[in-house]
Write a new protein. Structure first.
Length: 103
């Protein structure tokens, strides 16, 4: 899979880049957690899609991957997984991640 750069979050009040570990502006201490959630929404949905696939829920995974790519078009791992699932037959996409299922 392709490497993904981490988007930067800056404080809207003082324009100082925030530390992703603290979720606060290092200058004015403003809570930036909502901005982080918005900035990382695509990655959060991508990770939730991986969890859905592991649980055998291909339909949920497809929806989350569509949302991830819409939120962050440059998120190549999500785009690649979405394309690979979309090429598969709908019944195959629903069973991705299941091992040992017999018809």
């Amino acid at each position: 899979m392709s490497a993904v750069s981490t988007p930067e979050v800056s404080c809207p009040l003082c324009r100082v880049p925030a530390d992703p570990r603290s979720l606060r502006c290092p200058s004015c201490r403003e809570d930036l957690s909502v901005l982080f959630r918005l900035r990382y929404a695509g990655r959060i949905d991508y990770n939730r899609a991986l969890d859905a696939l592991a649980a055998g829920d291909g339909a949920l995974a497809l929806g989350l991957l569509h949302r991830a790519v819409a939120a962050e078009p440059g998120l190549h791992p999500a785009r690649e997984l979405l394309e690979s699932l979309s090429v598969a037959a709908p019944s195959a996409a629903a069973s991705v991640g299941r091992e040992g299922d017999a018809p």
